[in-house]
Ligand binder design. Structure first.
Ligand SMILES: [Zn+2]
Length: 124
């Protein structure tokens, strides 16, 4: 305690008041700069994280509207399935006027799907 107090007194006696003022001013100016830099880094990291999350969300949404083979599903709506006669939550409206439930659509052969896709692509 005595040593520390002696050192402090020597430092105090040998330091010009202007030097103390300059160091104090630098410390006072540095605090807001450090806070601003930390805030900037925080905002940057948060933005990057949100961008990644949005990208994953968009990809998940896109996958929901695509069949396993990557082709889009036809538009959906409420109605009766033309094949099995059931009324599920939603049926696919094929461009040729046919309505199919998820099960019948999945069970339909590839040729039917491809014909559906061709009529959809040739439509304006
Ligand atoms: Zn059906």
């Amino acid at each position: 305690m005595f040593v520390a107090g002696g050192l402090w007194r020597i430092l105090w006696e040998r330091t010009h008041p202007m030097q103390i003022l300059i160091v104090a001013a630098l410390v006072v100016l540095a605090i807001p700069l450090i806070l601003a830099a930390a805030w900037g880094v925080f905002i940057l990291l948060k933005t990057l994280l949100d961008m990644g999350r949005d990208e994953a969300h968009v990809r998940a949404e896109r996958r929901k509207h695509l069949r396993p083979d990557g082709q889009p599903y036809p538009p959906t709506g409420t109605g009766l399935c033309d094949q099995c006669g059931r009324a599920p939550g939603a049926v696919y409206f094929l461009p040729d006027g046919k309505r199919l439930c998820q099960g019948c659509y999945d069970a339909a052969d590839v040729a039917t799907r491809d014909a559906h896709l061709e009529t959809q692509e040739s439509a304006p």
